[in-house]
Design a protein around this ligand. Sequence first.
Ligand SMILES: *Cc1c(COP(=O)(O)O)cnc(C)c1O
Length: 376
Amino acid sequence: MTIPFNRPTTVGKETEYMQQALQNRHISGDGQFTKKAHTLLEESLGVPKVLLTTSCTHALEMSALLLDLKEGDEVIVPSFTFVSTINAFVLRNAKPVFADVRPDTLNIDESKLEALITPRTRAIVVVHYAGVGCEMDAILEIANRHGIPVVEDNAHGLFGKYKGKLLGTFGVMATQSFHETKNFTCGEGGALLINDPKYIEDAEILREKGTNRSRFFRGQVDKYTWVNVGSSYLPSDMLAAFLLAQLEEREQIQARRRQIWETYYTELGAWAEENHVSMPFVPAHCEQTYHMFYLLFPSLERRQAAIAHLKERGIQAVFHYLPLHLSPMGEKYGGKVGDCPVTEQISDQLLRLPFYTNMTEEEQMQVIEALKEFSM
Ligand SMILES: *Cc1c(COP(=O)(O)O)cnc(C)c1O
């Protein structure tokens, strides 16, 4: 492929910071760079506590443990998402309850949420698809009325906003991903944002193998010991160093991604209209994160033909999530065709174009020209 779907973002200072971590002789977790990344995220987001983790999947697992999910508890989740969004809860023996998405933003359809709530519902997990905010006012109103905590899987949405408020600051917790396909990366990595302070101490213990080591390092106890269940969810300070270099350049990264997104949007507008292809929809009250650029084709057959057409020209375009309720695991929980009709339809129609921070203008024009040669 001459133009891949993704290339990891690089900004320049990553290796310098990693060298510094080595010179600090602290390459395990919670070193100087981890602390700097925590502070940067806490201050820029206004979140009381941020903890870097080894992945978004692990941050989701932490949230399932912190919410104390047990066998038979139900968790509402969009069917149109990555497996980890729900797998983390299923790992605690919770039962997934799949919600359909809105046909415009492809986010969880808040108008269908209430009908899915039962006395066993213990969490609602939302995903801000493509970094465009879910309808948080309506979702929180329903969740609060039923006393159900909301977790935001904000893997696409770091620094995005809904009605002027940052994504990741609505739920009791939110999770971030720094996988190489995301806007900011360290290869594999993530973060747990904790908005409800009552979870902070348990989260620190959980992330530090079930010990009160964090309190020990702050001098709040004179030795540390095993106080609860836990695991090891700390990334190496080498990875935090790599990540910090990118977080410090967040404005530059987002500005470049915005340019790429807007170029696709304006250059492909007329072609899309002629060919009955839908462009992404961003409500006026949402500030998106320019995480991806997708198109909705009229049918699966046309979408597949477009993938083949681009592939012949050395361009890698890809589809996205398959409906989780129709996966072998989803079927085990009773999922069947027709449960989430919008998800089933858009999953067949959606195509993501090559999109990465370091994409050149020539590369992007090549993609645009190739697509314009494709007609229905
Ligand atoms: C990427 C992604 C994840 C998983 O992130 P990892 O850091 O790879 O564990 C979870 N949810 C969504 C919506 C994602 O896009």
